[in-house]
Design a protein around this ligand. Structure first.
Ligand SMILES: *Cc1c(COP(=O)(O)O)cnc(C)c1O
Length: 478
């Protein structure tokens, strides 16, 4: 193609293409609308229900261009007013978190400036911010400096990365797969089983270790099973302990599991996706042994209240962590090999990705750590308060909780499961506060997970009033 022709065509495309670089006054207008909307959202959040409409209208992408205000209105009615209001303190089901505001500022800056955050060479500063966040976590969880880590999108991805390292360290592949054994309890999060399947370990033997009345792993049974498996020439390689189970908030006896893992030389993985950061609270002694794990996952988007999209993994054996994830290609030849573990691309499946570390780095720099710890302590107390109020209403509650998850059911006498399910449905219809359900000990129960930084005493009072209201309706139908 001749230059004259190129210039002519460039001229043609220039006008339309330039629409992507928005001029200053228009930028300010967009920011004004976006921030005004967010301000109103946050100011009004206590007045909004925890659970909204259960269907969204089809949000078609058509040819007609729309304005930001029109789209914000649509976003409010079809996204925010549907499903669980996860930013609200009234989300007390599943595992909430809330989403602290400062993180949205960090995400805004990170997205607008768009540094490349997964290869040290490409942006030493961005990678250093992320590495600093990882270093901070190593210190928090008493992991050695020599361990490696990375920021991920959440617990499920972190789990994959940790299990990959365990698999590679023990060379679990080919004919070894069907003889290899993984140990966990039935209370383990489903992302653990899912990770095994994704990693080509679907056919390993999974031993579900029985739990005690607090749903903690029975470690003598773990020990006995490993010994038996070894005697039968199987290949035990991985044991998973949970520091805060999703269903009941239980912390496994990590120190004892660590002893056993050490005795039989297994990889000890700790899942702290929900409970991890309670390590910083008055509950620390419950977590004894966590620091002995070979790998640890935590989710700042749960127990540090960040918006969704931030998990972390720490791994002690750098070589095992690098084995599957380190890759070099011709077009990457400018990266320096000394920088291997400084670049998260060598430790995770991702290459190009968002600069996700800024949100936590900024939050810790601006708030310090104390408000986070205070919020976690507050959640523990609110869980006890919620349970007390429910007991006063005649509910049965689960065992004394380790952290901030518990459950309850009403002793209806006959058809107890059906009636508690009915009560759950009523609660969801009511929607004032969102709770979730589970089957625990073969019983239908209603769960509370008090973790949003916005959940306060008033929120629990609202929840109790709602439960009372719904209980009366179910009773009146009898
Ligand atoms: C939430 C959770 C996970 C999965 O984490 P995601 O961030 O949702 O992918 C894993 N383990 C436990 C104990 C959890 O609570």
């Amino acid at each position: 193609m001749e230059n004259t022709e190129i210039f002519e065509k460039l001229q043609h495309y220039y006008k339309e293409a330039r629409a992507l670089e928005i001029p200053e006054t228009k930028r300010q207008e967009l920011i004004y609308h976006a921030f005004r909307y967010v301000d109103q959202f946050i100011d009004g959040i206590d007045g909004v229900k925890g659970f909204g409409k259960q269907k969204a209208r089809f949000l078609e992408i058509g040819d007609k261009k729309k304005s930001i205000t029109e789209l914000i209105d649509l976003y409010q009615s079809e996204v925010i007013e549907t499903g669980i209001n996860a930013a609200s303190g009234k989300h007390i089901g599943y595992i909430p978190g809330g989403g602290i505001f400062i993180a949205s500022i960090a995400d805004f800056i990170a997205a607008a400036t768009n540094p490349y955050a997964s290869v040290y060479y490409a942006n030493p500063g961005a990678q250093t911010v992320e590495n600093e966040v990882v270093a901070w976590m190593k210190k928090v969880f008493d992991f050695p400096d020599s361990s490696v880590g990375a920021l991920t999108t959440g617990g499920s991805t972190s789990m994959l990365i940790a299990f990959t390292a365990a698999r590679d360290k023990f060379g679990v592949k080919n004919e070894k797969v069907t003889k290899s054994v993984v140990y966990m309890t039935e209370q383990v999060h489903h992302s653990a089983q899912k990770a095994l399947r994704i990693l080509g370990l679907e056919d390993v033997i999974v031993r579900l270790i029985p739990v005690d009345e607090h749903f903690r792993m029975k470690t003598d049974e773990l020990d006995a099973l490993i010994a038996k498996d070894k005697a039968e020439n199987l290949l035990p390689f991985l044991v998973v302990g949970t520091a805060g189970t999703t269903d009941t908030g239980t912390v496994d006896p990590l120190d004892k599991i660590a002893d056993i893992a050490e005795k039989y030389q297994l990889w000890f993985h700790v899942d702290g996706a929900y409970g991890g950061f309670f390590y910083m609270t008055s509950k620390k002694s419950l977590f004894k042994g966590l620091e002995r794990a070979d790998s640890l996952i935590v989710d700042p988007h749960k127990s540090l209240f960040l918006p969704y999209g931030l998990g972390a993994v720490l791994i002690k054996d750098a070589k095992a962590a690098l084995h599957s994830h380190y890759y070099t290609a011709n077009y990457m030849q400018d990266t320096n090999h000394d920088e291997l573990v400084q670049s998260s691309a060598n430790l995770t499946p991702e290459l190009s990705r968002n600069f996700r570390g800024l949100r936590l780095w900024l939050a810790l720099q601006i708030h310090g750590i104390q408000p986070f710890i205070a919020c976690l302590e507050e959640k523990i107390l609110l869980t006890h308060y919620f349970r007390n109020q429910l007991m006063a209403l005649g509910f049965n509650v689960g065992p004394e909780p380790d952290l901030s998850v518990s459950y309850f059911w009403y002793p209806f006498g006959e058809m107890e499961d059906q009636k508690n399910e009915e009560l759950m449905n009523k609660i969801h219809e009511d929607g004032q506060v969102f709770l979730s359900s589970s089957i625990i000990d073969h019983r239908y129960v209603i769960r509370m997970a008090v973790l949003s930084f916005r959940t306060k005493k008033e929120t629990i009072d609202e929840a109790v009033a709602m439960v009372k209201r719904c209980l009366e309706e179910v009773k009146n139908r009898e």
